[in-house]
Design a protein around this ligand. Sequence first.
Ligand code: ADP
Ligand code: MG
Length: 299
Amino acid sequence: VIGNLFELEKLAVLGHGNGGTVYKVRHKGTSSIYALKVLRFHDHAAAGFRQQAAREAEIVKRVDSPFIVRCHGVFDNGRLTAGDDVITGGSDGSGGGSNLSFVMEYMEGGSLQDLLRARQRLPEKEISGVARRVLRGLRYLHGMKIVHGDIKPSNLLVNGGGEVKIADFGVSHVVECQGGGKGNAWDSSRDTFMGTCAYMSPERFDPERWDGGGGWEFAGDVWSLGVVVLECSLGRFPLIGPGQRPDWATLMCVMCFGERVEMPETASPEFRSFVGRCLEKDWRKRATVDELLEHPFLN
Ligand code: ADP
Ligand code: MG
């Protein structure tokens, strides 16, 4: 176990996102390889940004599942020397924190987004395997009242054995309201973190549909999974056609007024049904994670 960020040597950059930078690192003592995600805070960083980072840290420390990228440690106030090959520093004792670092299991196969870039589309058998693992991960999270909130190809990572796991809890939160009151789909901290809205469910954009209990929030993860599996089969983002303008307005039109989404001609009836159950516009009618785990497409 890593006691100090001094023990890690930076090898390469694995990814950039809204949240920060992810490095491939080597533990000097054991030569084990890890991924290190560093969220940097500027002096003027919005309070919401820090708050959500703290939320991400709390969640990754709590989750422990074979379907979720493992986090081995979170370093508060660790300091990364820019332009250097070595990560230095432990706590700077300031309490405020200039960055927050997550030491994670290294996912050698990259993201599902990388996989799709390389292979365009996946056969249904593989998609079924991806869906099953994501659903098991979601069952675990939802059981802990955690909404992932950002299921998309770049947040689904593949390990050396080809196993897919859920990553990036950068917009996740624990649903606390139980009946009564509306959820807060757009609290400012999460708004700051929105990289893309493309995988978000229609109800996320419609305050009228939010209600107490947070059921709609869990249903949002199911919608996103539906978009992801269809993308794997179609080989492109499925909600906006090749001839359509890839912008916010088009996406809204498709989500709110669009008919059935386009399916590959070769899609099996089981696949069509599975996607249909995920992309049900009314979240109350949408399949739940437990229902989908029983779906013939997975079995
Ligand atoms: P962000 O909040 O910036 O989106 P992510 O946690 O999604 O951060 O990481 C960004 C990218 O870095 C991912 O899409 C992936 O390509 C890469 N990455 C993240 N974590 C790992 C990991 N554990 N192993 C390998 N690559 C990773
Ligand atoms: Mg991400």
